[in-house]
Design a protein around this ligand. Structure first.
Ligand SMILES: Cc1ncc(COP(=O)(O)O)c(C=O)c1O
Length: 462
């Protein structure tokens, strides 16, 4: 009984896969405040030009620099496991596989792009990076990458997560970074929010505003901002996950995959596992591709596809994406990394096209799924990841009812060893579900009514 397969280091993918080259309906450009497309030069105070080039690239395959690979080898290729024990507990005929991204030093998929981004910034002569973090996974990942590569790093951590997961700050400090709760008095964006809502739990939208402001107001010109999800280049760096998984599924003897699942906050781990398979779907394969989100932050299932800002202070360009509105502050659920009002434009465009079928699940069902996973497969997963597992369990039960031997692949995006406070509350029966009603969504969206609208056109093939 094969339980997991490893790839040799020499078989690590040497290129990232850029789905922008293959989208049936092209990605629409980000827009500036005047409604015109943003030029690469306009992004230059925020990101180094080598990453901006990746952001706008239409090349299908982009070489991974040797310097990046040498760091990724510390934990990559990551193992692909067959979830025999979960299958047995569910009595399902489905074969369930998971890509274990929790084996990275920071504990999630986030270092795949943190290393690449820190490396490109260093190449460009940048000395310091600023960023936001929700659950703390991204902040830890960037702290780790900057520590290895030799950059300063400052992290604005969403206040509710800062309080729920204090040890994440210690991880960041151990790698040499600074971590402060957001909103903070250090930036204008933070001060404005604190003045209006002193007790706010914070949000990714607020923390992004603070981190961007901290980068662009550094007059030395040696600081840039780094984003852990949403943007094209971030998703690109994660495609190493799905490419490895493809090779490993073959090693397990699988000829096809029926369902690919990942949790979706800004969309990066989900894109990482799924885009190489979406490429197969575009080319005729029949694969169900499911991004999973919380019912309390249902960006893809209840948010329209619109142009919206990525942050509360409207410092980012307008992105064509599914959104609940940039001023939307999600309920303080324990999946901090899924509390984001928007979604990656690349994922959003695939949803518009019908290539993906999003699903929203309440947090108590997710924690129940996490407990089943811990008691069968053994791993204590991140609350974000538990959304993927809850969807897998739904699909595996469906396969049982239908009597079908489906092959299900999901991304285990991170471990939950820094998230035990959430587990504790769940075990004490203190967690509640938050259902967001369409009326509340409409309220947050009302202020966007005068913004430009992206085209909703699609080929109609899926
Ligand atoms: C373990 C884990 N999974 C998933 C996510 C969601 O982010 P993304 O949608 O970019 O993968 C996060 C974000 O912090 C995370 O920490």
């Amino acid at each position: 009984m094969q339980t997991k397969v490893f790839l040799n280091e020499k078989d690590i993918p040497k290129k990232w896969y850029n789905i922008a080259a293959d989208l049936p309906t092209p990605l629409q450009p980000p827009l500036g405040p005047d409604g015109n497309p943003v030029s690469p030069d306009m992004l230059a105070p925020v990101f180094p030009m080598n990453l901006i080039e990746q952001e706008v690239s239409q090349k299908r395959w982009i070489d991974i620099p040797q310097g990046v690979l040498e760091i990724l080898y510390r934990w990559r290729p990551s193992p692909l496991h067959r979830a025999h024990f979960l299958e047995k507990a569910l009595g399902t005929p489905a074969r369930i596989y998971y890509k274990n991204e929790s084996v990275s030093p920071a504990g999630s998929h986030k270092p795949n792009t943190a290393v690449a981004q820190a490396w490109y910034n260093k190449e460009f002569g940048i000395k310091k990076l600023t960023t936001e973090t929700g659950a703390g996974q991204w902040g830890s990942a960037l702290a780790f990458a900057c520590g290895l590569i030799g950059l300063e790093c400052k992290v604005f951590m969403v206040r509710i997560s800062f309080e729920q997961k204090p040890m994440r700050k210690v991880m960041m400090q151990t790698w040499g970074a600074t971590c402060i709760p957001s909103p903070s008095p250090e930036t204008k964006a933070g001060r404005d929010v604190l003045a209006a809502h002193p007790d706010t739990p914070g949000s990714l939208g607020i923390a992004i505003s603070e981190a961007v402001e901290a980068a662009v107001t550094d007059t030395t010109g040696e600081t840039r901002y780094s984003l852990g999800s949403v943007l094209n280049h971030v998703l690109l760096h994660q495609t190493i996950i799905g490419q490895e998984a493809k090779q490993q599924l073959k090693m397990f003897g699988e000829k096809k995959v029926d369902i690919v699942i990942g949790c979706a906050g800004g969309g990066s781990n989900f894109a990482g596992i799924s885009f190489p398979f979406v490429s197969d779907k575009i080319n005729g394969k029949n694969i169900e591709v499911i991004p999973v989100e919380p019912t309390s932050c249902p960006t893809l299932t209840k948010g329209p596809f619109i142009y919206d800002h990525g942050d509360i202070a409207k410092m980012t360009p307008l992105l064509p994406m599914h959104s609940l509105g940039h001023s939307f502050v999600p309920a303080p659920i324990h999946s901090g990394g899924l509390r984001y009002h928007g979604m990656a434009p690349l994922v959003s465009q695939c949803v518009v096209e019908g290539l993906m079928t999003p699903m929203a699940i309440p947090q108590t069902e997710c924690f129940r799924a996490a407990l089943i996973f811990a008691k069968t497969e053994g791993l204590i997963i991140a609350p974000e990841t538990s959304h993927a597992v809850a969807a897998v369990i739904r699909k595996a039960k469906e396969a049982k009812e239908e009597g079908k031997e489906k092959v299900i692949l999901f991304n285990l995006s991170g471990h939950g060893l820094m998230d035990l406070y959430g587990y504790d509350l769940f075990l004490q029966n203190k967690l509640v579900d938050h259902e967001l009603h369409q009326d509340d969504v409409n309220e947050a969206l009302a202020e966007l009514k005068d913004l430009p609208k992206p085209s909703l056109s699609k080929t109609g093939k899926w």
